[in-house]
Design a protein around this ligand. Structure first.
Ligand SMILES: [Zn+2]
Ligand SMILES: [Zn+2]
Length: 152
């Protein structure tokens, strides 16, 4: 099997690999991902489960249908799975060995997006919603047309 994609937790107790390219990369702004990650927005890389192999024993926490895995030693979040789409695994983008290879292409749950510019860079107001400039250029599902101008 050709290993194309690798990642793991901070302490190295859990590592994983995927033998095929991800089918999905995204930000998720939902409250549950925020709690689970401890960050204003979470980012994920989705693979088909049949292409994924784990080494090490991850701990699991979550409310059905979502289960989230993490390392009980170092606390790093690893992935989530959704019982409604059992054939898919979504790794935390930051758990990948080369996160720069997986730029998120979509924003999920923008209805729960925090209304502030958390990266400290300039932001712009579009149709009443503040977008971080690092997210510009990405598809935002509930934005139709830009209003106002962008400043960098
Ligand atoms: Zn660990
Ligand atoms: Zn989420």
């Amino acid at each position: 099997m050709t290993i194309l994609h690798t990642g793991g937790c901070r302490c190295g107790a859990i590592i994983f690999e995927a033998s095929a390219d991800p089918f999905y990369t995204s930000y998720c702004h939902c409250t549950d991902c925020r709690r689970a990650s401890g960050a204003p927005v979470a980012a994920f890389v989705g693979f088909l489960a049949e292409h994924v192999t784990f080494r090490g024993e991850a701990s699991i926490y979550g409310k059905f249908p979502i289960s989230r895995s993490f390392c009980a030693t170092c606390g790093a979040p690893i992935a989530y799975r959704d019982a409604r789409i059992e054939d898919q695994v979504f790794f935390m983008l930051g758990a990948m060995d080369h996160p720069e290879r997986y730029p998120p292409t979509v924003h999920g749950y923008v209805s729960e997006q925090l209304p502030l510019d958390f990266c400290g860079c300039r932001s712009t107001l579009r149709r009443g919603r503040v977008m971080c400039c690092r997210m510009l250029g990405l598809l935002v599902a509930d934005l139709q047309q830009p209003t106002g101008s962008l400043h960098f």
